[in-house]
Design a binder for this molecule. Structure first.
Ligand code: PLP
Length: 408
């Protein structure tokens, strides 16, 4: 006799959401299997829009492959950690990064997961921006913590609302997440805003978690100021990696650097070290990509310079979205996304997930709804600015036509 017990997902997953690869993607894959071509604007994955991996990175990884078959140090190979440390040494005002306090990961994603698991007990609160890159919220919940969203203000170019942050601090607040440049809004924060956030963290003893994976993807005159440079006196974890700047998201290669005083956080840091050991080590060939990337030609610079591909695509997306009646979009100053608003007086959307589904069926374009980024109202969409300009322009025109007759 065979016994089959029902297997449900764990209750821990009840509050874990990741709509970037949600139901609409499942539907898109089904449509593709039926022979339809879908324009997938749901993930910031440069490779699928014909961005090549920089040759030097590929070459060095291939050269390292025959020697990469063993586990490495749990934090990562020393040469890569040193390369990360030099990267920050070259940044004015960045506190010294000892390679001992660099952890490599299978993408920033793994390091976010490890950090939250090491940090949180049930009921601990983490301040996370709304809108956010939703892994931060998901991993906070999975670790038993409570995500508390602070508002970013669209009217102020999506800058974090400092008063809202202050009003949400409780005795249970442990950390504040800052995503700069921001996914999904494209905002790049001013020194003043960062100093205010650092001030709140200083006053309330909060850990700073700075996701700066887009720090080299900046448009026009935008300047990125690393969080650690305005808070050298605070414990700050800075996350970054190769997925976006070097267009090798599939290699799964990221890092975490820990700066500031550590004595008061010995237990937490031992927790991160323990979790780094339990995963044994990150993928070793991809660790060899780190030094190659950081010491080689910074090919991202040409892509964001005047007439660079990424800049032109940002411009086309922004202009196109603003030309749709009832749609407005703050100019993204960094990253790879636009986050347009649908004026509720013009477009009565009650369910933005349904809107994304209906757009997919009608136009074969896959976007992600704003609520998928923990934005509270169903009045935003996220558009990835990676496809070539003509593809984006055409897609946005079709979005406009679709919206002109769409009713819920
Ligand atoms: N953080 C932000 C803000 C992101 O946008 C992404 C990916 O889109 C990640 C982290 C995850 O990056 P990785 O590919 O290094 O896991």
């Amino acid at each position: 006799m065979t016994t089959r017990r029902t297997l449900d997902q764990s209750s821990k997953l009840k509050s874990v959401l990741y709509e970037i690869r949600g139901k609409a993607l499942v539907e898109a894959v089904r449509l593709e299997a039926d022979g339809h071509r879908i324009l997938k604007l749901n993930t910031g994955n440069p490779a699928i829009f014909d961005f090549e991996a920089p040759h030097q990175i590929v070459r060095d990884m291939i050269a390292a492959l025959p020697h990469s078959h063993g586990y490495s140090d749990s934090r990562g190979i020393l040469s890569a950690r040193q390369a990360v440390s030099y990267r920050y040494e070259e940044m004015e005002g960045f506190p010294r990064v000892d390679p001992e306090w660099v952890f490599l990961g299978n993408g920033v994603s793994e390091l976010i997961t490890m950090t939250m698991q090491a940090l949180l007990d049930d009921g601990d609160e983490v301040l996370i921006p709304a809108p956010d890159y939703p892994l931060w919220t998901a991993m906070t919940s999975l670790a038993g913590g409570t995500p508390v969203h602070y508002r970013c203000d669209e009217e102020a170019d999506w800058a974090p609302d400092i008063e809202d942050i202050r009003s949400k601090i409780t005795p249970n607040t442990k950390a504040i997440v800052v995503i700069n440049p921001n996914n999904p809004t494209g905002a790049v924060y001013s020194r003043e805003v960062l100093e205010q956030i650092a001030g709140v963290a200083r006053e309330h003893g909060l850990l700073l978690l700075a996701d700066e994976i887009y720090d080299r993807i900046l448009y026009d005159d935008a300047v990125h100021i690393p969080m650690a440079t305005v808070a050298p006196d605070l414990l700050c974890l800075t996350f970054n990696g190769l997925s976006k700047t070097y267009r090798v998201a599939g290699y799964r290669s990221g890092w975490l650097v820990i700066t500031g005083p550590r004595d008061h956080a010995r237990g937490f840091l031992e927790g991160i070290t323990l979790l780094a050991s339990t995963r044994l080590c990150p993928n070793v060939p991809a660790q060899h990509a780190v030094q190659a990337a950081l010491s080689g030609v910074q090919s991202i610079d040409a892509l964001i310079a005047p007439s660079g591909r990424l800049l032109e695509q940002r411009d086309a997306t922004w202009a196109g979205l603003n030309s749709i009646p009832g749609v407005s979009c703050t100019k993204p100053m960094g990253a790879l996304y636009a986050f347009p608003r649908l004026d509720p007086e013009v477009h009565e959307i009650h369910d933005d997930e349904q809107l994304v589904h209906d757009l997919l069926i009608a136009e074969h374009i896959l976007l992600v709804q704003g609520t998928g980024f923990n934005w509270p109202d169903p009045d935003h969409l996220r558009v990835v600015t990676l496809p070539e300009e003509r593809v984006l322009t055409d897609a946005i025109e079709r979005l406009g036509n679709f919206l002109s007759s769409y009713k819920q």
